[in-house]
Design a protein. Structure first.
Length: 209
């Protein structure tokens, strides 16, 4: 699967072990999600286009490389995706931020949209969709379809943990989108939760039940 990138950096794997622990509190969980997002963003932006420029160092002129054209837009899927935003902005503070509000119908497990707001120039940017968990893939696939409606040509999906079912759904619906994750878990249970996973990411980030 050329479009699936499982990031196995030791720091990522160590931090992921803390997220999985049911005894990790809200403060630590929230901080680790942000730190993981920073580390994942570093890998997910490895192929950003560059162009040559020239600057004056204190010693002499230097040819340098800078990011080419418009940079990133990041789009968290509300609400759990919000936990990853600051981690990405720490690395790319010039990124613009859009928002997609989706919730999963508990009966059908299908995504329902309730909010969508994007930067005016998002079609000119590389878009990175953020959501800690890729479970059934329904919400991610719907979010990608919404983004494509803005005529975006380059879209990446960044999840901390993915289920095989979710990966298969996104690849089937959007074979042009790259998926970045820190782990691919075993399966989904009968309630649509990732096993072993880490529970409900939104509840654990925001301290709700």
């Amino acid at each position: 699967m050329d479009h699936v990138h499982v990031l196995d950096h030791p720091l990522l794997q160590h931090k992921l072990s803390i997220l999985r622990d049911k005894n990790t509190g809200v403060k630590d969980f929230r901080q680790i999600v942000s730190e993981i997002a920073t580390l994942m963003c570093y890998e997910a932006t490895r192929n950003l286009p560059l162009e040559e420029a020239q600057v004056e160092t204190p010693v002499a002129p230097a040819k340098v490389k800078v990011l080419s054209g418009k940079k990133l837009a990041i789009v968290p899927i509300l609400r759990a995706g919000l936990g990853m935003v600051d981690g990405v902005l720490a690395l790319i503070p010039s990124a613009k931020v859009g928002h997609i509000g989706l919730y999963r119908d508990p009966e059908t497990l299908n995504p329902v949209e309730y909010y969508c707001k994007m930067p005016s120039d998002i079609s000119e940017r590389i878009v990175m969709i953020l959501d800690p968990m890729l479970a059934t893939g329904g919400s991610a696939s719907a979010a990608i379809q919404f983004i494509k409606g803005y005529e975006c040509k380059s879209i990446k999906l960044m999840n901390i943990i993915a289920a095989p079912e979710g990966i298969s759904r996104v690849l089937a619906d959007h074979p042009d989108v790259d998926i970045y994750c820190a782990a691919v878990d075993e399966r989904l249970n009968e309630h649509g939760y990732i096993v072993p996973g880490l529970g409900d990411a939104g509840d654990r980030i925001f301290g709700t039940k």
